[in-house]
Design a protein around this ligand. Structure first.
Ligand code: GLN
Length: 536
């Protein structure tokens, strides 16, 4: 087939930023006007990410089509500025599940079903189907984990087999540590990893070397000698101010030229407009000057920043667009409960309560929302942050003592947030929340929501089981909580706002659709308010 496949592997250790490398390669190919999409393989036996703990695994990213996927998908979408589907996600759980289902149906009658060739064939067929269905020029396949892991061995073998029949380029993202005591960058771990890959029948075509500080020329020469790779195939990926700078840095090292030469593309030119547009946006994000705006994110998973990566990125995109210098204060909500003081919120220009599950830290988040409302600090609530904005208002403005969500107090008399009726019959936890993109209709032209989106029908992504309880809608509205958007059938509340000051919260996760090239409208409005108190 015409599609070319680029397989991105990782060696030496995890956490090297393969997702950013894969995204950067896709962005560069997109700048050449190639049609490219990703496939991500994750070796775990979960069917998807939906049942994982964000505290351990990082954020669960949600796609338009309801897919609950690895946070790398957020990086792909933010770089590519394209909506990706669940077909791009292959997990160990999915492929083993499918092969066992096929076996039960009798697809392999008379055979003993094996990892090689049955599972490896299935993986290749899946990828080839994906490429042809989407008429792709390129598929960038990111292999989760590290070379040598038991979990991804069969997938890497499938990629080796794919390279026997299709045009496949292997890129190994590797680590060159600097030994402090001798002050030198060391190539040995990469040499060993290269040999390990060769023992698996794979010779990487490119090495992308993570380093702190620039990679020394000597190191490049040494690696070239040990791996027999020409020096234009050994590329540096040093620590940078922002991952969005990587595509440009790869281009500066002529990675694009070397890749196209390898694949025998002759007359392809980069679309200069696309590159310029990207660079302008990146420069805005990494700018050092500008008015500073300090935003507190009050959550329960703040120790692992990856849990809120899309919120952080959405803030960065919006700050870039508005030429603001963003400072994020991560506030552990439980700490607001412990001493009752809210000194950590003093002086912030805006407060966000992001999504979350479970009882821990909830009262601290409610306290932060009350602080925002009573101190005229702009507030943005995301999913759980909208449910708690409702609870705070019910308790402190409407006098509904101990009002709550039944998620946190199933016995509350004032269940202003309650389980979605559609969730009552749900007995399985995986993939059963209200998920994916849903349209909402903005009812009020004088709302913050309308001034942000500038249109009536808006689509945002969702992931929740609880909702605003319509039984209390009249009462809450009569006291000044404005319902400014609902689902198109008017059944579910999607956005609420305070009548005075800047306070807006949505049942959706607008952060999931924010891209560097198209920041989320609600984040733009929120930062505008936080930076100049437009809505005072
Ligand atoms: N726990 C809440 C619910 O399930 C909020 C979920 C979220 O913030 N994503 O409805």
């Amino acid at each position: 087939m015409n599609t070319k496949f680029i397989v991105v592997l990782g060696s030496v250790m995890s956490g090297l930023g393969k997702g950013v490398v894969s995204s950067s390669i896709m962005k560069i190919l997109d700048m050449y006007d190639f049609k490219v999409l990703p496939i991500k393989f994750d070796g775990y036996l979960n069917y998807d990410c939906g049942t994982m703990n964000p505290y351990r695994h990082g954020e669960v990213f949600v796609l338009n089509d309801k897919g609950e996927v690895d946070m790398d998908f957020g990086t792909y979408e933010r770089f590519l500025n394209k909506d990706i589907t669940s077909n791009s996600s292959i997990t160990g759980g999915k492929v083993f599940g499918e092969i066992i289902e096929d076996e039960r149906k009798g697809k392999f009658l008379g055979q003993d079903v094996q990892v090689i060739p049955h599972l490896t064939n299935e993986i290749q067929e899946k990828i080839i189907r994906f490429a042809s269905k989407n008429s792709l020029d390129f598929v960038v396949i990111e292999v989760g984990g590290t070379v040598g892991d038991l979990e991804n061995g069969y997938f890497i073998e499938a990629m080796r087999q794919l390279s026997l029949k299709e045009s496949v380029v292997f890129v190994d993202v590797t680590y060159i540590p600097r030994l402090k005591t001798v002050g030198e960058q060391k190539t040995k771990p990469t040499q060993s990893a290269f040999r390990a890959l060769m023992a698996m029948g794979i010779t990487p075509n490119f090495l992308i070397c993570r380093t702190d500080g620039k990679m020394e020329d000597e190191i490049k020469k040494k690696l070239s000698m040990f791996t027999s790779l020409a020096s234009d195939r050994i590329i540096n990926d040093p620590d940078m101010d922002s991952p969005y700078q990587l595509p440009n840095y790869l281009i500066e090292q002529k990675f694009d030229k070397a890749l196209l030469k390898l694949l025998k593309y002759k007359n392809h030119k980069m679309n200069a407009k696309k590159r310029d547009n990207w660079n302008v946006n990146v420069e805005n994000i990494v700018r050092k000057e500008g008015k500073e705006v300090k935003i507190a994110i009050v959550g329960k998973y703040v120790d692992l920043r990856d849990s809120y990566v899309s919120v952080k990125e959405a803030l960065m995109h919006a700050a870039g667009k508005l030429s603001l210098k963003l400072k994020i204060d991560w506030v552990e909500s439980e700490n607001l409960e412990k001493d009752g003081s809210r000194t950590s919120l003093e002086g912030v220009n805006g407060i966000i309560v992001p999504g979350g599950f479970g009882t821990r830290g909830i009262e601290g988040m409610i306290s932060a929302i009350e602080y925002a409302r009573t101190h005229n600090v702009p507030y943005l609530g995301l999913c759980l942050g909208m449910q708690l904005m409702t609870v705070e208002f019910a308790r402190n403005v409407c006098g509904l003592t101990n009002a709550n969500s039944t998620e946190f107090n199933p016995k509350t008399k004032y269940n202003v947030v309650d389980i979605l009726p559609s969730q009552l019959s749900v007995d399985k936890k995986g993939g059963t929340m209200r998920l994916g993109a849903w349209d909402m209709v903005i009812k009020d032209k004088n709302s913050i929501a309308f001034s942000a989106y500038q249109k009536k029908i808006v689509s945002e992504r969702h992931r929740h089981r609880y909702e605003f309880n319509n039984k209390f809608r009249k009462l809450l509205e009569s006291k000044g909580l404005k319902v400014t958007a609902t689902t198109t059938d008017n059944k579910l509340v999607e956005i609420v706002e305070w009548s005075s000051g800047f306070g807006i919260a949505t049942q959706a996760h607008p952060e999931l659709k924010s891209r560097i090239e198209s920041p989320a409208p609600l984040f733009i409005s929120f930062l505008k308010a936080a930076s100049n108190k437009l809505y005072k």
